[in-house]
Write a protein of this length. Structure first.
Length: 93
């Protein structure tokens, strides 16, 4: 049984449900966040979902960046196309 993080500090589990069900919930959460136009969505998803997230992100106007995670999971960062990076002043000291 996999815990699905809804937001930081809040996760849900679905006892007796298959891994496919959990993946569907994760894809559903991401699709809702992108449909609402949320900026900078960072989530950890199963490796088996990365291709589907990439297609969904493209269709909803997001760019996707992925980084290795652990235990068969990958971190994905989704940003709306055309958004500019946040710049910060850094001290040289």
């Amino acid at each position: 049984m996999v815990a699905i993080e809804v937001e930081p500090g809040l996760s849900v589990r679905f006892p007796g449900r298959s891994a496919d069900f959990a993946e569907g919930v994760e894809i559903g959460i991401l699709s809702i966040l992108m449909a609402q136009g949320m900026p900078d969505i960072i989530r950890e998803v199963p490796n088996s979902c990365v291709a589907q997230v990439s297609v969904l992100a493209g269709k909803l106007g997001y760019n996707m960046c992925k980084e290795g995670g652990g235990d068969g999971r990958t971190f994905v960062t989704l940003r709306p196309r055309g958004s500019r990076p946040a710049l910060r002043v850094v001290s040289s000291r």
